[in-house]
Each structure stands twice: as structure tokens, then as C-alpha cells.
Design a protein around this ligand. Structure first.
Ligand SMILES: *Cc1c(COP(=O)(O)O)cnc(C)c1O
Length: 373
């Protein structure tokens, strides 16, 4: 193996994270509550939308689970879920005993196709079972077609869960992603645009929903001197230690978005001579954080040739996410398919996209791509 590894998306600290973590130790707030948790939630609320109420949690997956519970999704219910996503969007649907129905993508944003969504709703209603929720995703940071999806959601009165785990800092028509649905999901896993090593958040529209989420996330303890429970609870709250990392990361979020977007522009500029590679452009009004720079090649063979050549040079690249309807674990669920997400999976590749990549790192990737294509 030659030279140091170039990662797909590695953590990038801003500098003040350890100060907040040290404060947690100095004050002995080593618990799933405390000043860092409150401070991180405030920072997120100020960033996403002043009117939002945000609960920080142990993971983005936990946030999706709680959103489903808060919307009353139960055993036997149906949830319409974008197929082109990471498995964490779909897994919690099964935690509550509901069934996912997978919806394919459209080619402008690669996210949920509104026509297929409406078809799935009409089919379900015809069978006398209206779906309980719509799980949309802003994959790789590109916002989904929210207006079209919201119109359908309103028409049939079905709430939207907005999986913005990859889209912190992205915007749909000047509104931050995460505030666009009935509930929004954020993730601070190690590979995301900012990280707390592991963690997530549930974006709520009301303080009441936030307090209910916190109640469920802390074992659903009733107000009593002894331990008393009238509901099933979970241990999903974020630790005050890792929330300190989050406070440091929020000081540099705008920089991180700018750096990720600069990676995209750099790749695009230096690879523009290649006719067999294309990039996903931002539709008018949409602003992507460009969490990962993705390319679409002309064939599965070209995609693999590039991926293996990069691997040979100690550069991490990854095929676009394999759609849920093609996953062995979800293959028996109903799906509305048009071939788009399967084609993206076959021909697409994620390039190294960390905000801490140097120009030398980017040049290594580009040199390799120019030489094999
Ligand atoms: C990372 C991710 C999640 C889950 O977040 P965790 O914090 O890792 O549990 C959910 N959805 C998508 C699209 C993701 O990329």
C-alpha cells in the first residue's frame, strides 16, 4: 500500500470540543443530562430554526424510532419509505412492528419519487389501509422534492418524517433541512458532516413533542418519588460528555458545509474532461451540503474499474447505497420501483469527501481517475 489512507468521510474537530468535554469532567456532569446537552440543543435550534424544539439522542436511528412512536405507528401499520437510503431509515419501521413500503427515486435529486409515492398511497387506500407515515431522505445532502411530497402528504393527511441524517446544513428554498417534515432526524455519527463520535437528534415542531421524546428516551418515568412507569420507555438520551463535542462542532458547521461544497467543485472542475462521468447538479432553489461528492459513470464496469483502482492506491470510495428493496432483509416487502435507484447503485460511486482532505489528497483521487477512465 502506498501513502496514507484517504478516507471517504472522517471526523474533523474544530478545536473547542475538548474544552466542553473538560468542563463536563470538571463539573462532574458525566450523565445523560447537563449543561452540554442543553447547550448543544440550543445551538442546534438556533441553527435549524428558532421555532424548532430539538432533543439530542444516542443516535439518529433512535430519533427515527421515537418519531415513529410519537406519530403512533404500531404493529401492522404501513410506512412509505424511500428505497434509496441507508438501512437506518428503514430498520426502525420494523422495531414498532410496522411494514415498510419502499418507494423508488426520481432523477433530479435521487430522492423519493412523488408520482410513485402517490400511486402507493392510492393502492394502499384501495385496500382499506392508509399508510401512517412517509419517510423521506435527503440522501448525500441533496434535498428531496419537498413541495411535491408535502402536497401529497397534505392531500391524504399523512405525516412526514424527514431523515436529514446526511443533510445538516442543506436547504430547501431557504429553509434548513430537518424542519420541513412533522419530525426531522439528525445524526452525529463518526462519518457525518459534524460528529459527536455517535449521536443523533429529533427535531420537533413543539416543545410538548420534545418533552415527550425526552420522557420516552429516559425510560418513561412517571412523576413519582419511586420508580413508576405507565408506558414502555427507552434509554436513548445523549450523554453530556459527547454533547460537549457537539457544542464544539456547531462552532464550525458553516465552515464544514463550505469545505464539503468546495470538494465537490474541485472534483467537478478537474474531472470535467471525462465524458463518461457526470455529477448531480443542484435543482433551482435547492442547496446541498454536499456531504459526499458522488459521481455517476457510464457503466457498472467503469464504476468497478475506478473503485478498484482507488482501493489499490489506498483511497476509500464506496458504491452509491444499495436500495432497500434489493436488500436481502427487506426483499419480501412491497416496493414501487422504476429502475432509477438500482441504476444509481450499479453506476454510481462516492468519492472521498471529508472536510479535512488536503489538496494533495484530492489530487491523488483525481490523478487516479484520469488515468483509469
Ligand atoms: C447515518 C444515517 C442514519 C442513522 O444515524 P445514526 O446516528 O448512525 O444512527 C439514518 N439515516 C441516514 C440516511 C443516515 O445516513
Amino acid at each position: 500500500m502506498n501513502k496514507k489512507k484517504v478516507w471517504l468521510s472522517s471526523p474533523h474537530m474544530g478545536g473547542n470540543e475538548e474544552k466542553y468535554v473538560q468542563e463536563a469532567f470538571d463539573t462532574n456532569w458525566i450523565a445523560p443530562l447537563g449543561p452540554n446537552v442543553n447547550g448543544f440543543e440550543k445551538d442546534l435550534e438556533n441553527y435549524i430554526n428558532d421555532s424548532s424544539s430539538i432533543a439530542t439522542l444516542a443516535s439518529g436511528t433512535a430519533a427515527i424510532h421515537l418519531a415513529l412512536i410519537l406519530l403512533g405507528v404500531k404493529t401492522g401499520d404501513l410506512v412509505l419509505c424511500q428505497s434509496f437510503t441507508f438501512s437506518a431509515s428503514a430498520n426502525p419501521i420494523t422495531y414498532v412492528g410496522a411494514q415498510p413500503i419502499f418507494i423508488d427515486s426520481e432523477s433530479d435529486t435521487w430522492n423519493m419519487n412523488p408520482e410513485l409515492l402517490e400511486k402507493a398511497i392510492l393502492d394502499s387506500i384501495q385496500k382499506a389501509k392508509k399508510p401512517k407515515a412517509i419517510m423521506i431522505v435527503h440522501l448525500y445532502g441533496m434535498p428531496a422534492k419537498m413541495e411535491e411530497i408535502q402536497r401529497i402528504a397534505d392531500q391524504y393527511d399523512i405525516p412526514i418524517i424527514e431523515d436529514a441524517a446526511e443533510a445538516l446544513g442543506s436547504q430547501y428554498k431557504n429553509q434548513k433541512c430537518g424542519i420541513l417534515g412533522n419530525f426531522g432526524i439528525l445524526s452525529f455519527n463518526g462519518n457525518k458532516i459534524i460528529t459527536t463520535s455517535g449521536g443523533g437528534a429529533l427535531v420537533c415542531k413543539t416543545e410538548k413533542d420534545k418533552q415527550k421524546a425526552i420522557f420516552l428516551a429516559t425510560q418513561a418515568r412517571d412523576d413519582a418519588p419511586h420508580y413508576q412507569h405507565s408506558e414502555i420507555g427507552y434509554n436513548y438520551r445523549m450523554s453530556n460528555v459527547v454533547a460537549g463535542i457537539g457544542r464544539g462542532q456547531m462552532q464550525v458547521i458553516d465552515k464544514r458545509v463550505a469545505q464539503r461544497r468546495a470538494n465537490f467543485e474541485y472534483y467537478k472542475k478537474h474531472l470535467s474532461s471525462l465524458s463518461n462521468i457526470s455529477f448531480l447538479e443542484e435543482p433551482t432553489g435547492l442547496f446541498s451540503n454536499r456531504w459526499l461528492t458522488t459521481i455517476l459513470t457510464d457503466s457498472f464496469e467503469t464504476r468497478e474499474k475506478i473503485r478498484l483502482a482507488l482501493e489499490e492506491k489506498n483511497i476509500e470510495a464506496r458504491p452509491l447505497w444499495k436500495p432497500m428493496h434489493l436488500q436481502p432483509v427487506f426483499k419480501d416487502y412491497k416496493a414501487y420501483i422504476n429502475g432509477i435507484s438500482e441504476d444509481l447503485f450499479m453506476r454510481g460511486l462516492c468519492l472521498p469527501s471529508g472536510s479535512n482532505l488536503t489538496e494533495t489528497d484530492l489530487q491523488r483521487v483525481i490523478t487516479e481517475l484520469l488515468s483509469v477512465t
